[in-house]
Design a protein around this ligand. Structure first.
Ligand code: OSB
Ligand code: MG
Length: 406
């Protein structure tokens, strides 16, 4: 535990299968299997860094897939990071020359943040607060001017969370699950919708929940410009939704700007925002009024902090989305959510609802008030279950820590 630069001795990339309890059905299709890519670093003092790249197995959410992320991580991103490492800021700058492949870059960068936290003996949340100017806007300007200290006290110890409810076979089942989660304390209910599964299910859930309950929908890019699709989106305007997430195509910023101008409800973008520049463009065009930030989708923690600071400056509602990550990926999301600019509940269904078991133990839990504690322990903040990991590993490669790529 010191702040000196330690040498990374071992670096490995693992692909691990996670046992989904049930298929996740959305506007982009059905997700039946879940594999993630893990990056595991060990330095000369035995400190460990873990990072998770969590695109989906298939290319129907975004182009990146688990298999692609494994290749890019092991052949490019991790060798490049090791060549400049171990400072996560330097790693992020180096990886920004990789086009796309945001999940692969984020998984590698996360492992270096985690290693740094382990080395400092501090939490990820303390490091992220130190990296964010927005985390202290106004309150501690001197400290920022003094050169952004590496660590700072997180601005909150618990984060509010919501539940993302997939497309179910019937409206009744959807209403039951929404009521159950609302009564469990979740601060927001997000319903997945797609053409033909929208106005009726939203009306039924809206009527079943107390009027003040926060409700939003997520279309995952499944609506087009047919008259029926536009009529359905207009009809959703009547339900007081917190936002309509990604109604149109994954790369259709102009379409979203036109649609936003015709709706009272805020549009929130997910798939369309894959970098800080994308967020700036979308806000300038009026393509959205709120932002779903997934660290993997935007290319890592440094990019996430930049987007956080931008949204905080401009007063844009911001929440942390999820990719059904294991606890290793969720650790980064939770630490990010401790930044004050995350104004809306995060998408963070507990591992117990998603998987037969998590890769960390104990896993995180949702309190009756609908919040999850931000880990305070050093490094990842969770203990990795190496036995489970070993039982579910599909492939693993070691990446040389000696010979930098050029
Ligand atoms: O659109 O937010 C989405 C999961 C995988 C891919 C896309 C999305 C989601 C979720 C998951 O909604 C929420 C969670 O991780 O708990
Ligand atoms: Mg979404």
């Amino acid at each position: 535990m010191d702040s000196g630069v330690a040498v990374v001795r071992e670096a490995e990339v693992l692909e691990v299968a996670l046992p989904l309890l049930r298929a996740f059905v959305t506007g982009f299709g059905t997700t039946k299997t879940r594999r993630v890519v893990l990056v595991h670093l060990t330095d000369e003092d035995g400190n460990e860094g873990w990072g998770e790249a969590a695109p989906l197995d298939h290319p129907f959410y975004l182009p990146e897939t688990t298999s692609g992320a494994f290749a890019v991580t092991s052949e490019w991103a991790l060798p490049m990071a090791l060549a400049v490492g171990p400072e996560p800021g330097a790693v992020a700058r180096s990886l920004s020359s990789i086009r796309g492949n945001t999940f692969a870059r984020a998984g590698v960068e996360a492992a270096f943040w985690c290693l740094k936290a382990a080395r400092f003996g501090c939490s990820l949340a303390e490091l992220f607060a130190g990296a964010s100017a927005g985390a202290v806007a106004g309150a501690d300007a001197d400290a920022v001017l003094a050169g952004r200290p590496d660590r700072r006290a997180p601005s909150r110890g618990r984060v509010a969370v919501g539940e993302s409810i997939g497309i179910h076979p019937s409206i009744d089942e959807t209403v039951k699950e929404a009521e159950l989660r609302h009564n469990d304390g979740y601060r927001r209910i997000k319903l997945k919708i797609s053409p033909g599964w929208d106005v009726e299910v939203v009306r039924a859930v809206r009527e079943a929940l107390p009027a003040a309950a926060m409700l939003q929908v997520d279309a995952n890019g499944s609506y087009g410009d047919s008259a029926a699709d536009r009529a359905a989106l207009r009809a959703l305007d009547a339900f007081g939704l917190a936002c309509i997430e990604q109604p149109l195509g994954w790369d259709d910023l102009l379409g979203h700007a036109e649609l936003q101008a015709s709706l009272d409800t805020a549009i929130c973008l997910d798939e369309s925002l894959r970098s800080p520049a994308d967020v700036r463009r979308a806000l300038r065009l009026g393509a959205c009024r709120s932002v779903n930030l997934k660290p993997g989708r935007v290319g890592g923690v440094a990019a996430s902090v930049e987007i956080h600071d931008l949204c905080a400056d401009e007063g844009v509602p911001l929440f942390c989305g999820g990719m059904l990550e294991s606890g290793i990926g969720r650790a980064v999301n939770l630490a990010l959510c401790s930044l004050p600019g995350f104004t809306e509940p995060a998408d963070m269904s507990p591992a117990a609802l998603l998987y037969a078991w998590d890769l960390v133990e104990p896993s995180y839990e949702v309190s009756p008030e609908g919040t999850i504690a931000v880990p305070e322990a050093a490094g990842l903040g969770f203990s990795v279950r190496l036995d489970r990991l070993a039982a579910q590993v599909l492939r693993r490669v070691n990446v040389s820590t000696a010979s930098p790529v050029s």
